[in-house]
Design a protein around this ligand. Structure first.
Ligand code: MV4
Length: 500
């Protein structure tokens, strides 16, 4: 047991604020670090102390592990929370933090390293009989041997980089004829991207769902799972909408996947909050993919349905406290959705749209949570991830969470930049999403910019009729809408399908 009195948050934006809020509630003082581009950022103002650690580019500031550790020593910091991204899954940084006598709020460097290698992770979990996609257990080196394995597994297959993750370094191979060239490309890509050319083969699951399980492990060997998050609505490996629980898991399957996730965590003596990723096929077979050794962006949906504060849990665990609950104490309450609001233009291939937040008005009310790091008038810096907010809604069931999300998107007023808010409305109103019948191909299958064009409503038709009548010289058109109708709200239909 070692009490934490001061935390440095080695991150920026919404997650830095998110972490500091929990620290504050626990009576822990907070230190922010910031880059020259973030001088006026909210996380800097929120912290008890703040230190500029370098230039605007991440590798000049938020990735400067050495500088960050120096700040900790200077300011008497006890522990570092890395957030997500940046240094959060850097085993060397975790090791240096430890060696400096500081607490890293996260798993051991060994666990980070092990799970950072997909092949090592698969080997480590093998003894627990976790379902895995058929394929090779070791890196493939010999092309002829690899071709044989691929043919046995059956095409299409996927070549994956062991050091990859989040979709980086993957290649689908449809037939044995193109295997050799694809393998060579995969190896050279992996070498240049990760400095490790190890690749392996898996059977390609065509249209999987991406379902992940949140786990928590303490330093006393207790590990529990906090149920699943459905993360299939993603675009080019960037998640857009997440929810908990998943609309397709039965209680039995949830238990089974939860037990597997706990075993994955056991296989690497996991301490802290982690996420075990699975692919789920159309017959609800599930396969272990990889483990993320950090607090994830989408953790709020799990917080909403479990009533737990994951950051507080992380801090308690880092202090050496045992978990305050057992698996059987945990239940799912209600349903939560998260929409990631990106400064991207969905009408223009989701190109980042940076600039000033001319108007920025958050939605409010029961069951609405906004995790963000901006205020009206602020500029979105070009140097970092374009996510400006996470809009989370929570209701008694999926239907209510969806209704609240649609209402919250309507209330959210952002001008000055384009955002993915209208795209969220499209997804939430789509029959496939509403019915729960979707997978990772949702966006590819159903989205094109034209679906965001305003649809004609009864009002627009009426206005068109009036205009036509005027243009045709009939100055007294018979208008059917009465004042009463306008006052009781039908006139606002005009705005329902507009694009913000
Ligand atoms: C797969 C797969 C199909 N078959 N593995 C992409 C991210 C990385 N974590 C693993 N990924 C995939 N692995 C096999 N054997 C399809 C994907 C995949 C995917 C997975 C989760 C969420 C979105 C995805 C989008 C495209 C491909």
């Amino acid at each position: 047991m070692r009490k934490i009195n001061k935390i440095l948050v080695a991150n920026r934006g919404e997650i830095a604020l998110r972490v500091m809020r929990s620290a504050k509630e626990m009576g822990i003082s907070t230190v922010a670090i910031y880059s020259e581009a973030d001088r006026n950022a909210l996380h800097v103002r929120y912290a008890d102390e703040a230190v500029c650690v370098g230039g605007p580019k991440s590798n000049e500031s938020y990735l400067r592990g050495d500088v960050i550790i120096d700040v900790c020593k200077r300011l008497n910091v006890d522990a570092i929370h890395p957030g997500y991204g940046f240094l959060s899954e850097n085993a060397n940084f975790a090791r240096q933090v430890k060696e400096a006598g500081l607490i890293f709020i996260g798993p051991s460097p060994e666990a980070i390293e092990l799970m950072g290698s997909k092949l090592a992770a698969k080997a480590a979990v093998a003894k627990y009989k976790i379902p895995m996609v058929p394929g090779t257990e070791e890196a493939i080196t010999d092309v002829e041997e690899a071709k044989e394995i691929a043919s046995k597994v059956g095409f299409p297959i996927l070549i994956k980089a062991s050091a990859g993750g989040g979709g980086k370094g993957m290649r689908v191979v449809d037939s044995v004829d193109v295997f050799e060239e694809q393998m060579k490309l995969a190896v050279s890509e992996a070498t240049s991207a990760f400095g490790d050319g190890s690749v392996f083969i898996e059977k390609y699951i065509g249209s999987p769902r991406h379902i992940e399980i949140q786990v928590l492990g303490d330093t006393h060997g207790n590990i529990v799972h906090l149920f699943e998050r459905e993360c299939s609505i993603q675009r080019r490996h960037q998640k857009v909408i997440e929810e908990a629980p998943s609309a397709v898991l039965t209680p039995g399957l949830r238990d089974e996947m939860g037990r597997c996730a706990v075993n994955v965590a056991k296989a690497c003596d996991y301490v802290g909050a982690g996420t075990v990723e699975f692919l789920v096929d159309e017959n609800l077979n599930f396969y272990f993919l990889e483990m993320n050794t950090r607090l994830q962006v989408e953790h709020p949906v799990t917080e909403q349905i479990t009533g737990l504060d994951l950051v507080k849990e992380q801090i308690h665990i880092a202090e050496g406290k045992p978990l305050g609950f057992r698996q059987e104490d945990l239940t799912i309450n209600g349903h939560a959705l998260e929409l990631r609001v990106y400064a991207e233009d969905p009408m223009n291939n989701f190109l980042p749209d940076i600039g000033r937040l001319e108007t920025y008005v958050r939605p409010q009310g029961l069951g609405v949570r906004v995790d963000d790091g901006f205020e009206q008038g602020m500029d979105i810096p070009i140097y970092y991830d374009p996510m400006i907010a996470k809009l989370v809604t929570f209701g008694k069931d999926r239907q209510e969470a969806i209704e609240k999300m649609l209402r919250a998107i309507e209330e959210y007023k952002i001008t000055g930049i384009e955002t993915t808010l209208p795209f969220g409305t499209f997804v939430l109103q789509h029959e496939a999403f509403v019915s729960g019948n979707f997978d990772t191909k949702f966006i590819e299958r159903y989205f094109s910019p034209s679906v965001l064009e305003p649809k004609p409503t009864e009002d627009t038709e009426e206005i068109a009729a009036v205009l036509a009548a005027i243009l045709l010289g009939n100055n007294k058109p018979k208008v059917t809408a009465t004042t009463t109708e306008t006052q009781n709200g039908t006139a606002s239909n005009w705005r329902k399908n507009r694009v913000k």
